[in-house]
Design a protein around this ligand. Structure first.
Ligand code: GUN
Length: 286
């Protein structure tokens, strides 16, 4: 292996420590940032994420609020929970854990969140602000990925960036962020023709397709920086393992730097959620 392994866990711990320092300063003014997480149903992966978010929220000194609704909750029930959180001055950030049960319209629900409290950056007005280069709440996973890239590479101007995956949560906002850093951006996806050739152009390759170990060493330009956003559960030798969208061993022998799974982008997502909550709180309190 020749690639540097990017330690997202350590970087995220530093971000959380910075957030905790600011939170302590706000507390001296009698202000406690509050983050509300709304979970509908009992999806096991979502329950784990929500538990981790709650734990880290309290660790940085914020107020954590959890609202759990049953899997058969109606849209009006969910919208009334969101309306109450929008109106609550102790709540500065609101996150509705996705995916929602199929009978609920996720777009409608997300757009019911006050955009100033939309710490996921999924509300249509934050999407529009990001796309037009204005001050937006930025989705946490792309923001965390960009922090790792800037820390490693500094100025990204003129670099070829290929993002594989076009989700609203990661792929599209990641492409916007890299464009704003003056990268030449290709937004590729599972239907892109000659995907390995497209990937081989990249100085920065971001994998966010949700397919275990899809990107292999011979898809990667020597020395490229590879950010693996994938978190896939696979069964191996009777155990469940987490693997990314990148085939770590073969890519690490070609790339210049690579994020591991777990311990790469994942911890950055929660750290950025807390940073966004702090930002929302500071904007509200001036
Ligand atoms: N489910 C998977 N990733 C995310 C995320 O970043 N935010 C929310 N709200 N739900 C998710």
């Amino acid at each position: 292996m020749s690639a540097k392994v990017i330690d997202g866990k350590a970087f995220a711990a530093r971000v959380r420590a910075q957030v905790a320092g600011h939170v302590a300063g706000l507390k001296e003014r009698g202000i406690v940032p509050g983050l509300a997480v709304v979970l509908v149903g009992e999806d096991p992966a979502s329950q784990v994420y929500v538990r981790n978010k709650g734990k880290m929220t309290v660790e940085v000194g914020m107020h954590g609020i959890e609202r759990r609704l049953p899997a058969d909750a109606t849209e009006p029930e969910l919208l009334s929970v969101i309306a109450a959180l929008n109106a609550d001055p102790a709540v500065h950030g609101i996150l509705v854990q996705l995916p929602l049960p199929a009978h609920l319209d996720a777009d409608l629900v997300i757009n019911a969140i006050d955009p100033a409290k939309d710490v996921d950056g999924f509300h249509i007005s934050n999407v529009g602000l990001l796309g037009t280069g204005q001050k937006a709440m930025v989705p946490c996973t792309p923001l965390g990925s960009l922090m790792l890239l800037r820390d490693l590479l500094g100025d990204l101007s003129g670099l070829e960036a290929v993002v594989v995956g076009r989700s609203n949560i990661v792929g599209k906002p990641m492409a916007q962020l890299l464009l704003a850093q003056n990268c030449t951006v290709t937004l590729a996806h599972s239907r892109t023709r000659s995907l390995p050739d497209v990937c081989r152009r990249a100085d920065i390759l971001v994998a966010a397709v949700g397919r275990p170990r899809m990107i292999r060493g011979d898809w990667v330009k020597p020395g490229a920086t590879v950010i693996d956003v994938g978190i896939n559960r696979v069964e191996a030798e009777g155990r469940t393992r987490l693997v990314g969208d990148v085939d770590f061993d073969s890519v690490a022998s070609v790339a210049g730097a690579i994020t591991p799974v777990p311990g790469g982008v994942g911890p950055m997502t929660i750290a950025c959620l807390l940073a966004n909550t702090l930002t929302a709180c500071c904007r509200i309190h001036g």
